[in-house]
Design a protein around this ligand. Structure first.
Ligand code: ZN
Length: 380
């Protein structure tokens, strides 16, 4: 879980600049439309002003406490949310996260759904898998619509002999088989952005350089003795191959964020899988700066399998005015990037880029319908 760093808000140029900046000879529909706005009916695309009007789902947030300010902002911006519990020591204990989520769902009926998770605390003791299955069933009875498996599997949890526990571990197997049988969605955050395995000067975006300098325990470039990016994802993929009908949401662009071609390959290999874009929009923007068509075609081709998510994290102490403003700004910047053809800049890298101006029906799927299809019981 990572949030966009404060101060990474993007500067958006006036629409008039878009026409001048469009590449000559481009056959990209977005750029064509920007050059000759009369060619495409305006009804084909959304504008910035449509943002509060269009019903949206943020399928990846972490919210704790009463969160009434957060929910007021989400309501004002027309978002329903999927609140994801996580097994992370930086956050409250899982039981507390779950109580908060259940309360949120009761207080905001139809607007909040939640995903539970499991602790790996007594992973090696006999009966661990069975007790996790019981606990998951309890959470589902309380309204949970999915289960999250976190990056501690593959990167932190170790056996007594020192070996890292991987996503295809035999002790996880009964849990995943249970979810597969019950048609409960598993949300998988395995590994980290590839930047995590690169030296600072080779990282593509500033927020990764900052995050890994602040979280050296997760900076794999400094830990060559730990599992590689490839080996963690290979174990995840083995687990998925063993569970062909599991409903799987590979959050954070399946940790293949640096190349949409890799994400496409993952989606081709696992036809039942979905991905979300949470905390990885910047990597789409980075790729859009050099090859906008590739990114746009990826989102259009896989329009039924991509979920919008922000990874916004909100605790009781975060409900101040500035934090809420930045929540709104981040949501709106993502909308500009996906829905409009605005010329944009990121605080994360130098190059300017254009919004992708995806057609309305693609925006509606990414922002709402795909989440509703994957979690049919979630929002009502
Ligand atoms: Zn997250």
């Amino acid at each position: 879980m990572r949030t966009r760093p404060a101060g990474a808000a993007r500067v958006v140029a006036p629409l008039a600049l878009v026409a001048a900046a469009a590449a000559p000879g481009s056959d990209d529909r977005a750029l064509t439309a920007a050059r000759t706005p009369d060619v495409q009916p305006a009804a084909h695309y959304y504008a910035v002003r449509d943002f509060p009007r269009v019903e949206k789902i943020d399928a990846h947030v972490h919210v704790y406490g009463v969160a009434e300010h957060f929910m007021a902002q989400a309501t004002a911006d027309n978002f329903r949310i999927l609140d994801i519990n996580v097994d992370d020591a930086d956050y409250p204990p899982i039981g507390e996260q779950r109580r908060d989520a259940v309360s949120l769902r009761e207080r905001y009926p139809g607007r909040v759904a939640f995903v539970t998770t499991f602790s790996v605390e007594s992973f090696s003791s006999p009966g661990w898998s069975a007790s996790v299955v019981r606990d998951i069933d309890e959470a589902i009875a309380q309204g949970a619509v999915g289960v999250k498996i976190w990056k501690n599997i593959g990167m932190a949890l170790r056996d007594a002999d020192g070996r890292y526990v991987m996503p295809d571990d035999a002790r996880l197997e009964p849990i995943i088989a249970h979810l597969e049988r019950q048609h409960v969605v598993l949300l998988g955050h395995q590994a980290e952005p590839r930047n995590c395995w690169l030296p600072p000067e080779k990282m593509t975006v500033r927020s990764d350089r900052e995050y890994f300098s602040e979280h050296p325990q997760y900076y794999m470039y400094r830990h060559p003795e730990m599992p590689t990016h490839e080996s963690i994802l290979a174990a995840r993929d083995r687990m998925l191959r063993a569970h062909p009908v599991l409903h799987f949401d590979a959050v954070h662009l399946a940790s293949l964020e640096w190349d949409v071609g890799r994400v496409a390959d993952f989606l081709d290999r696992f036809p039942g899988a979905r991905v979300d874009v949470a905390a990885r929009m910047v990597h789409l923007e980075y790729q859009a700066a050099s090859d906008p068509q590739k990114v746009r075609h990826f989102l259009i081709r896989y329009q039924d399998r991509i979920l919008y998510g922000s990874d916004a994290a909100y605790g009781p102490g975060d409900s101040d005015v500035a934090a809420l403003a930045s929540l709104h700004d981040d949501w709106l910047a993502d909308w500009r990037f996906l829905a409009t053809a605005d010329l944009m800049h990121s605080a994360d890298f130098a190059a300017a880029f254009h919004g992708l101006q995806l057609p309305r029906e693609v925006i509606d799927k990414i922002y709402r319908r795909n989440a509703q299809a994957l979690f049919p019981q979630a929002w009502y």
